[in-house]
Design a protein around this ligand. Structure first.
Ligand code: NIG
Ligand code: FE
Length: 417
């Protein structure tokens, strides 16, 4: 049989395949790999995987991977991909000590990006997001989740979701779409949060019909939406056929983690202020804890999410960039792996599982994130002697080549437009 591409002499081939769709607690510490491995694919699907001596395919392209490692394409399960403008003008105020939520309460922060996103036409939003996507791809990401939430009205929320849909269709990366209309309270709805949430719920039938999103998310936070409001909103979204996610306990410890488990959310994200009870509950549930240490770093906070305790309680943890213009302006998931090592004290094995198998599960895409016979050839070749090297050596891009559905979509040193 002739394969399209064969990678051989791979120092470590990280298959990530424990035969499980999600890894909890101690399972996250196991990293299945093949030393001196080889992998071949044809028509976008893996046809052989094993030791270099066992995989002998004729291939259109054969790549010697001596001195390199190979993994599944990384998965970034929490991003705010599409938005207008940027917010570098707020950094001085932030450094002078004004808290994130105070900047928002004054009409800045998310609301500043809402104004810019409303003013930006679809083509420009598409072009801007495409640049961000290309950068993600260059860091080894082959699947991501993208949230709306910078419209807060029908016209602009739908505009953002349509841009995501078009990018998913036209860009090599796969994008899973989330409706985050409940991201902030627009100034005209201050004090009328419930009314605003009703308005956002009215958009769900259209979003469903036009297949614009699979998930619904809400920012459950002081001065934004309360735990009770969030619970009611998400339950309604579930009744309308959506899976749900939550920005929970990001800044203030409100109890969003417990609520997420109660409503059966697919994931609860951030969890910096999760209570002891919340950590136990998430450990005993099917809800994935998506941790975002880049946000804690960029908000300049001392306290990071308590990954160790969640894992000890049996949680399934995933990691994401939270890419957005305010609290985490980076497309670099490798940097998040570095922060997870240093700040969340996760082990390299746990980190790799968090950006592959568990990240895939947290966005309902368990066909990717593992390399096994028949699975899509979403593959990264890394310039690294072993898997521990990437979380360790920080601040640079270790990706060498990135393949999506078997096609080479990025290579270091080659210019991509
Ligand atoms: O996950 N907290 C809410 N949403 C984003 C930040 C969005 C923004 O600041 O523009 C987050 O941190
Ligand atoms: Fe976020």
């Amino acid at each position: 049989m002739k394969a399209d591409i064969l990678l051989y002499n791979i120092d470590q081939l990280l298959t990530m395949d424990q035969g499980k769709k999600v890894l909890r607690g101690g399972e996250m510490g196991v990293l299945p790999l093949i030393e001196d491995g080889a992998i071949a694919w044809k028509d976008g699907a893996i046809v052989a995987i094993g030791h270099s001596s066992e995989v002998n395919f004729e291939a259109t392209l054969k790549i010697d991977c001596r001195g390199k490692i190979v993994s599944p394409g990384l998965i970034d399960p929490h991003t705010h991909l599409v938005f207008g403008g940027s917010r570098e003008h707020e950094v001085a105020e932030k450094l002078a000590g004004t808290p994130y939520l105070e900047i928002l309460a004054k009409g800045g922060g998310i609301l500043d990006t809402v104004r810019k996103t409303r003013e930006t036409d679809s083509e420009s939003l598409y072009e801007k997001a495409r640049v961000h996507l290309n950068r993600m791809l260059s860091f080894g990401v082959t699947t991501l989740e993208a949230k709306s939430g910078y419209g807060l009205n029908e016209e602009t929320e739908i505009k953002q979701l349509e841009v995501v849909k078009k990018l998913h269709q036209e860009h090599p990366l796969d994008i899973v779409s989330t409706f985050l209309g409940a991201h902030a309270v627009p100034e005209s709805y201050k004090g009328k949060e419930e009314l605003f949430l009703q308005e956002m719920l009215k958009l769900l039938p259209r979003i469903k019909k036009e297949e614009l999103a699979e998930f619904v998310d809400i920012f459950c936070e002081t001065g934004v939406f309360s735990v009770e409001q969030s619970k009611e909103y998400l339950n309604r979204a579930k009744e309308l056929g959506f899976a749900v996610k939550i920005h929970a306990d990001e800044i203030d410890p409100l109890g969003g983690t417990e609520m997420a488990v109660e409503v059966g959310a697919t994931s609860c994200d951030h969890l910096v202020g999760a209570s002891d009870k919340g950590k136990v509950m998430v450990g005993q549930s099917d809800t994935v804890a998506v941790l975002l240490p880049g946000t804690t770093f960029y908000l300049n906070k001392e306290k990071y999410a308590d990954a160790r305790s969640m894992i000890a309680h049996g949680a399934a943890v995933a990691l994401a960039t939270d890419f957005n213009p305010g609290s985490s302006p980076t497309e670099n998931l490798q940097l998040i792996m570095n922060l997870a090592l240093l700040k969340l004290k996760m082990t390299p094995e746990e980190i790799w599982n968090s950006v592959t198998v568990n990240a895939a599960y947290s966005i309902h895409r368990s066909d990717v994130g593992r390399l096994s016979l028949g699975s899509p050839a979403d593959v990264v070749i890394w310039n690294a002697p072993n898997y521990m090297y990437i979380p360790y050596h920080y601040g640079v891009n270790h990706a060498h080549m990135v393949f999506k559905h078997g096609e080479k979509v990025w290579e270091e040193g080659v210019r991509y437009e």
